[in-house]
Write a protein that binds this ligand. Structure first.
Ligand SMILES: [Zn+2]
Ligand SMILES: [Zn+2]
Ligand SMILES: [Zn+2]
Length: 424
């Protein structure tokens, strides 16, 4: 097709559409039919399936001044979170890094971006760009969260239901069956509950996902579970390394909250839109300046923190109304009490900086101790004496004591635990 027919933006600025009403999503297919019939035609011609044709936000992708594709998002849980649920670029304009540029743009603007039901091809692009890595067998670790929800996913246990029907995120992907992998209670020896994303048309077309899935059984998922457990340390280490490679925003505190007695443009706008009173805006400014000075907020999450504080009262009211109970979370943010993970540098909800170093050290220590204790019998069968087993323990302990702040202490604890076990 001649690109004379393409929609053009003379100012080189992409149009963005978003829904005004939270309950009413935009219909992506209708937007395409109304405004971009050539994109519609291209999608049909190549037999591409829009798996999630509804969104909160639709954004054009431009080549010079021409619209050559689009990306859509669904706002998921919490504040400032964007779940990318579709991206399409006309075939002749691919190879211009639209997808990666879009992710980088979102991250540099301080938003947390995740991908809803990624295709296998999307995972390959993440891997090529150091945002995901193949750790073992077919398992890939992704530093961009991958989202799935119950309605549209499969589970190793039939009729098993999640307690809540919010969207769930994971960081694991199986290249063989082309699925996001979300294990539940992985340390439970008696059950093996793994949620995994449904078969997508694109994966079927390019990776024969359907026929591969026909041949998998419980043993297959048992292997995945074992593989996750055995490679847990590498999984965490890889995730942290990938996390460090991610581009981050670099906000200026003066720009975000303004320098007293003046308020920033952001805060003035929140007042104008009656999100906050002037009094509340001044409180937020004072609180954030203090928190920033004390190192409790990283520059990358200043905007997220501002968004959270401006909505804090509403969020707390919601929590009360819903009977929010943080005691069910293993790890939670000390400020807002929403769940966090070991690798989060900041709270994804309220933007507070998290200090997980000690927790992480302990998790690695715990893992190592279990590994050694569980292998004592096997080492004995292989003819090792208790003394030799202790020697091996000491070598591992040395690694701990050199790598971590309280390593010496951990080393002693490790040796004591193994000694006790040997004397049983
Ligand atoms: Zn389940
Ligand atoms: Zn849940
Ligand atoms: Zn928080």
């Amino acid at each position: 097709m001649s690109n004379n027919n393409y929609v053009q933006r003379e100012n080189f600025i992409a149009e963005v559409y978003h829904n005004e009403n939270d309950d009413e999503l935009l219909n992506t297919t209708e937007i395409l039919k109304d405004k971009y019939d050539y994109i519609c035609k291209s999608i049909n011609d190549e037999g591409y399936t829009l798996e999630n044709p509804e969104c909160n936000l639709f954004k054009e992708l431009l080549y010079d001044d021409m619209v050559v594709g689009f990306v859509t998002y669904d706002y998921t849980k919490g504040v400032g979170d964007f779940s990318l649920n579709e991206i399409y670029v006309l075939p002749e304009y691919r190879g211009n890094k639209y997808f990666i540029s879009e992710l980088e743009y979102m991250m540099l603007s301080g938003s947390t971006v995740s991908i809803y039901e990624p295709t296998h091809r999307i995972i390959e692009i993440l891997m090529e760009n150091n945002l995901a890595r193949n750790i073992v067998d077919n398992l890939v670790v992704s530093s961009i969260s991958l989202d799935i929800n119950q309605d549209k996913s499969e589970c190793t246990v039939s009729n098993h239901e999640w307690k809540d029907d919010i969207i769930h995120s994971c960081n694991l992907y199986d290249l063989n069956i082309s699925a996001c992998i979300l294990p539940e209670n992985i340390s439970d020896k008696d059950t093996n509950i793994i949620h995994y994303s449904r078969c997508l048309a694109d994966d079927n077309k390019h990776y024969s996902a359907d026929s591969i899935r026909e041949n998998i059984d419980n043993d297959y998922f048992e292997n995945i579970k074992n593989s996750i457990i055995e490679n847990h340390e590498e999984y965490v280490a890889t995730l942290m390394e990938l996390e460090d490679n991610k581009p981050t925003a670099d906000f200026d505190i003066d720009e975000i909250v303004g320098r007293p007695p003046n308020l920033s443009g952001y805060l003035e706008e929140l007042i104008a839109e009656e999100f906050v009173t002037r009094q509340r805006a001044l409180e937020i400014q004072a609180q954030m300046i203090e928190e920033y000075d004390e190192g409790l907020i990283l520059s990358e999450s200043l905007l997220k923190r501002l968004e959270y504080l401006s909505m804090e009262d509403l969020i707390n009211e919601d929590k009360m109304a819903e009977g929010f109970d943080s005691s069910e979370f293993d790890m939670k943010c000390p400020y807002c009490e929403f769940p966090i993970t070991l690798i989060d540098k900041t709270c994804e909800v309220c933007g507070l900086r998290l200090d997980n170093d000690e927790l992480l050290e302990y998790a690695i220590f715990d893992e190592l101790t279990k590994d050694i204790v569980e292998n004592i019998e096997e080492m004995r069968r292989n003819g090792l004496s208790d003394e030799e087993i202790l020697e091996i323990t000491k070598v591992f302990g040395d690694d701990l004591s050199s790598g971590y702040s309280n390593g010496e202490e951990l080393k002693k604890m490790l040796e004591e635990i193994v000694e006790n076990e040997l004397n049983k």
